[in-house]
Ligand binder design. Sequence first.
Ligand code: ZN
Length: 395
Amino acid sequence: MYPEDANQPRWTASMMARYQRQMVLPQVGIEGQQRLLASRVLIVGAGALGSAAATYLAAAGVGTLGLIDGDTVDISNLHRQILHDESHIGVLKTRSGAQRLRALNPDVHIEEHPEFLSADNIIRLFSDYDLIVNGSDNFPTRYLVNDASVLLHKPLVDAAILKFERQLAVFLPGLGCYRCLFPSPPPPGTVPDCAEAGILGAVAGVLGSMQAVEALKLLVGIVPSQQGNLLLYDALSSSWHRMSFERNPDCQICGDRPTITELIDYEDFCGSRGPSTTTQTGPMNLSEFAMDTDQAAGLLKDPTVAGVDVRSPEEFRQGHIPGTQQCSMENLDKWVGNNTTHRILVICASGVRSAYAAQYLRSCGYEAWTLVGGTNAWNNTGKPWVQLESRAPEF
Ligand SMILES: [Zn+2]
């Protein structure tokens, strides 16, 4: 009744009992479960995203899970990195995570890689796996993981978390990559990291769980969409925004004439060497597309520039910058299709959503900018503000 292939894991009665609820799904079945048990998945980072993703992948019976992380467990990790607990403070995250996952499901073989990912070790580490789940928390690693996945033709389930705003994308070989959407990183200082911006642990769990869902779909053989989708999750408004994307023929690494054919210096590429490059409190190193409030006010006086506020209609109604229009992220494509302007200042609450949106618009050929710090920074300066409702946002 069950496959007896020597390469397949041996079925046991406890396996049948353990996986029965997911094998009942017609998209999984015994064949899909066999595929999962024979799969090798590498998780980059045993942090907040990696904790949720690894837990569900191990529980689902992915045969081999690799964990890469050179860090040790700190008490400040515990509110969101649920692979670890207080007894593991000071222990390598890979060891702590492996112990938890082995206890959860002894069918799963856990491979520990207690090292920091770099251009020197990534090819060796990625080569052994079928699929990469990226839970890294900085831009140099994000580009490094993307480029190595493209060069090795590995599917990549990518996610990023920042404050209340999250994004998730699945990049399949030949169907576009992170660089197709974001050819260059945001300027240092324009997107605060997790320690500076703060993070709600449960929200990271939502994204990590979504990564596990997308990885499981690919592994059991559910045919993926031939068009890429970038999902943005806004926890404050409890909404998901979907933006479709295609491979960019001009992409530096997966385009028709790639200029990146081997790994590069990613710290240098992201401008993140040296101190104070990601601080919000020091002077910001703004590039040409990141506008501070004075620059944004000047831009908005230019009649060829449209101010587009990507916050939700509810947030916009509560207050907005005079002369700006509301357009949610999922409607951006439609908005630019219906408007002749090619010069757009994108605005959101904190400058995170707008940084992504501006980069996305730039990748589509528009001249787009982001307001650093968003409407929060604008209001701190006492600049003009249209207030229609005084109701506080709910969360
Ligand atoms: Zn690309």
